[in-house]
Design a protein around this ligand. Structure first.
Ligand code: FE2
Length: 202
């Protein structure tokens, strides 16, 4: 069995004018695909090859197998990223997630400010996450391929702040990219679905 590149959940031009078709096709078809292909090369014939992607991430980290970990985690993180954006994105969260946002950040504006601050202060490549832990919602930064599931944190949504995610459209202006994500692309419905699933399981 080999790992497969998941389809984008929307057309590659569906996030225009906020993220261009060129960006989506490069990011998904080159970068994400590259991680999946490299992972398959690395795990072929090993005990990793019949595990789920999450299992590979956890085991490779425990084994100290950095090459497998980096490619598996990047494959996992990118699959989560595509779902974290939507052509119908932006707006406000609803229901229990809205209440949890208000409890953690004061209001939606407080969340947006905290998320942007985290994105701008993440030095170099990495990811910004909205996660759930025992204390409620919080924003988490991870560097390179690092992912919250390593620490038992449960992600609701993520944004890729590697330069390859935004450079074609925004050059080095990470702030404008983050603002656009928060105002027009963020998929609150996906975050709410993840939040509800965690509450049911708790
Ligand atoms: Fe990426």
């Amino acid at each position: 069995m080999s790992f497969e590149l998941p389809e984008l959940p929307y057309r590659s031009d569906a996030l225009e004018p906020f993220l261009s078709q060129r960006t989506l096709e490069t990011h998904h078809g080159k970068h994400h695909k590259g991680y999946v292909n490299k992972l398959n090369d690395l795990v072929d014939g090993t005990e990793y090859q019949d595990m789920s992607l999450q299992q590979v991430v956890m085991k490779a980290h425990g084994d100290g197998n950095l090459a497998v970990f980096n490619n598996a985690a990047q494959a996992l993180n990118h699959g989560f990223l595509w779902e974290s954006m939507s052509p119908d994105g932006g707006g406000s969260p609803a229901g229990p997630l809205s209440d949890a946002i208000d409890a953690a950040f004061g209001d939606l504006n407080g969340f947006q400010e905290a998320f942007k601050k985290a994105a701008l202060s993440q030095f170099g490549s990495g990811w910004i996450w909205l996660v759930v832990d025992s204390g409620g919602l919080r924003i988490m930064q991870t560097g390179n391929a690092d992912t919250p599931i390593l620490r038992g944190e449960q992600p609701l949504l993520t944004l890729d702040v590697w330069e390859h995610a935004y450079y074609l459209d925004y050059k080095n202006d990470r702030g404008q990219y983050v603002d656009t994500f928060l105002s027009d692309c963020i998929n609150w419905a996906f975050a709410a679905k993840n939040f509800d699933a965690i509450k049911v399981a708790a």
